[in-house]
Design a binder for this molecule. Structure first.
Ligand code: NAG
Ligand code: NAG
Length: 645
């Protein structure tokens, strides 16, 4: 029996173990089924894997359970009853991707916060987590449009925080229909368009869309909220903000204002362009307001009432016959021709006015710049004689002669027109103000000028042998300098057409010693003028000869130089500004001697043009060497070399 009972108990034993086993299996079943999905540990670690800069999550340890009842062992993991209830990953500097898909498996997840990190890109698709109650994405760099249905189906969602991101586009209308929405913060974004019609009139506790680019009327359901919920949206209107009518009126005023400003700006720009254009035009084509040659001539006539007759020029508005009367005669074929009226209308400035005549710089249309000289007393010559002489001057051509371009003849009025020369006259070069830009001429420049004058003069002697005074009026103000300081003789060979009275009063030749002594001029009279010019260039002194009406031995420049030599005051003779090699001293002395020879009071002892040119051509032109001053080494003892001149 006992055996049977034992057996009986034995036979029952397996069924007990089976029972226990199946119980164990049954009990362990939920555990096993849960590990067929993934554990919270695995889910969270997978989620972490798509984040960057996740140092703050270093204590997410696979060997430690994330949740222990209501306590979270992992940073930012919020637990309830051993389940992950929320993720609060705030202020952690996180970046990368928010892997919503892996969070879907956290069945008890209700709140999600990624506030104040550096997430970028579009908003994560949180609607996959349909059980969420709150979402905090504020203070990140999320951007782009949020799909209209982004919150569709999230019936439990109560709090949405998107403050301070870069969201654009419309506010998704799926927010407006969330049944349980309590708090919505969309402020500090770039949302545009109208605010959708929120229907949570009573439930909505906090609502803020301030500082976006929203526009249009605020839905009536939101009209009882504070104004600061809407501030910072320029074109939102209606309660609690000001009414849309006054708003649109203000917008209209603003638009009109902008249009007015733009019109004013446009007008200003057009006016500016016009005035630029006008000024350009003005500088190329003289307008009536700038003084014309005619204006300038009238001015000069007015200021010399005793010397000048009235202006005798044809009026541009005058009779046709008069206009025809006033024709310029061109004596060279190589120049652009222009009419007298063009010339009179050209913009002009006065260059100088003297008894001999006044001169004007005139710029005619097309940019040609000319010098017009108006001679006051040429009335004794008949038209034929005048034309004849002008034609003769027209044939003259030499690199050191200022060519005559055209002339105008009327009985009462003569104009001679020549080219304008850039560097002014020798007189202003020698006696004008000197500074860094306009230094006094150095020795090579002075020598080159003397040589050029000598060549020009020799050419005149050669080309018009019939004239007693091939030049007649040689002085430093009639020696012009071109851009390379090559001299050009002006006012030459005019003695045949100038009234003898005026000639005697003004022309250089009539200030010569021979005219003072014998009342006569000779072929060597121009040489005397040249001698004075040479001495002027070497001494830098302004010759009194130019000012006296007749020759005066006491004020003669040559007399002064001779006095210095005999008084052994040689060191005072030369212009101390003559730069050049010290070795040029010998040449300076030699040239001084030539100048004195040209100024010999006795015409017979005076050099003739051939000798002068020959002697001057012997001088070698050299480049200036540094800052040495040839004139500074001349000493009083050098007078001996010049004795007996
Ligand atoms: C934002 O997070 C950083 C750390 O990433 C922290 O220094 C800063 O204080 C946080 N700002 C706010 C407003 O909490
Ligand atoms: C709305 O947010 C702005 C800041 O973005 C704040 O100044 C304002 O006080 C807030 N208004 C309300 C009603 O919360």
């Amino acid at each position: 029996m006992v055996k049977g009972a034992r057996l009986g108990s034995l036979t029952r034993a397996p069924s007990l173990t089976t029972l226990i086993f199946s119980l164990v299996v049954m009990l362990s079943c939920p555990v096993m089924s849960s590990s067929f999905g993934a554990s919270d540990t695995e889910i969270l670690l997978k989620f972490k894997g798509s984040l960057q800069h996740s140092n703050a999550l270093n204590n997410w340890d696979p060997n430690v359970e994330p949740c222990e009842r209501n306590r979270g062992n992992w940073a930012g993991v919020i637990c309830l009853n051993g389940n992950v209830r929320g993720l609060q990953l705030e202020n952690m500097g996180l970046m990368g991707t928010i892997d919503v898909d892996s969070l879907v498996s956290l069945r008890y997840l209700r709140t999600l916060s990624f506030m104040n990190n550096t997430f970028t890109g579009t908003m994560p698709t949180i609607k996959k987590l349909s059980a969420l109650r709150s979402v905090y994405l504020s203070y990140n760099h999320f951007s782009g449009e949020i799909p209209d249905d982004a919150f569709a189906g999230m019936s439990l969602l109560k709090k949405v925080f998107l403050t301070n991101n870069e969201f654009t586009g419309k506010i998704p209308s799926s927010l407006a229909t969330l049944p349980g929405l309590l708090v919505l913060r969309l402020d500090e974004n770039k949302f545009q368009g109208h605010i959708p019609n929120f229907q949570q009139r009573d439930s909505l506790k906090k609502f803020n869309v301030s500082n976006n680019n929203l526009e249009g009327p605020i839905p009536a359901s939101l009209s009882n909220l504070e104004t600061s919920s809407f501030s910072g949206n320029e074109y939102l209107c209606g309660p609690p903000l000001e009414s849309c009518e006054s708003c649109s009126r203000r917008q209209l005023v603003l638009k009109i204002f902008i249009v007015v400003i733009m019109v004013v700006l446009f007008v200003a720009v057009v006016a500016a362009l016009c005035s630029i254009f006008y000024l350009r035009k003005q500088s190329s084509v003289p307008l009536d307001r700038r003084p014309t040659l005619r204006d300038q001539m009238i001015n000069v006539v007015a200021s010399y009432p005793n010397q000048a007759g009235e202006l005798k020029l044809p009026e541009s508005t005058g009779h046709r016959r008069k206009v025809e009367h006033g024709k310029l005669s061109f004596i060279r074929d190589d120049r652009d021709k222009f009419g007298l009226q063009d010339l009179l209308k050209s913009s002009a400035e006065v260059l100088g006015s003297a008894t001999f005549g006044s001169s004007y710089k005139a710029t005619i249309t097309g940019g040609q710049t000319l010098v017009v000289k108006r001679y006051r007393q040429m009335n004794n010559v008949g038209r034929e004689e005048f034309n004849e002489h002008m034609r003769r001057l027209g044939t003259l051509s030499h690199p050191n002669l200022l060519p005559l371009v055209a002339y105008y003849y009327r009985r009462e009025e003569k104009l001679l027109i020549s080219d304008f020369v850039e560097n002014g006259s020798l007189a202003s070069l020698l006696h004008g103000k000197h500074n860094e830009n306009q230094p006094p001429p150095d020795w090579p420049t002075r020598l080159r000028i003397i040589k050029g004058v000598a060549r020009g003069l020799a050419y005149l002697y050669d080309a018009i042998p019939s004239l007693t005074l091939p030049h007649g009026h040689l002085k430093s103000s009639n020696v012009l300098l071109d851009e390379s300081f090559e001299p050009l003789l002006a006012d030459y060979a005019l003695s045949p057409v100038i009234n003898p009275d005026l000639s005697r009063q003004t022309m250089m030749a009539y200030k010569s010693p021979e005219y003072a002594q014998h009342g006569s001029i000779t072929k060597k009279t121009d040489i005397w003028s040249f001698g004075v010019l040479i001495l002027e260039i070497l001494t830098g002194r302004f010759p009194e000869n130019y000012l006296t009406q007749v020759h005066d031995t006491d004020t003669d420049l040559a007399s002064w130089v001779n006095k210095m030599i005999t008084g052994k005051r040689m060191s005072e003779v030369f212009d101390l500004d003559i730069g050049g090699a010290k070795s040029s001293k010998g040449e300076l002395l030699k040239l001084l001697k030539i100048g004195l020879s040209c100024c010999e009071q006795e015409v017979e002892r005076r050099l003739d043009i051939k000798d002068v040119v020959e002697k001057i051509e012997e001088f070698k032109e050299e480049e200036s060497e540094g800052d040495n001053y040839a004139s500074s080494v001349v000493n009083d003892g050098d007078a001996n070399a010049l004795r007996g001149v």
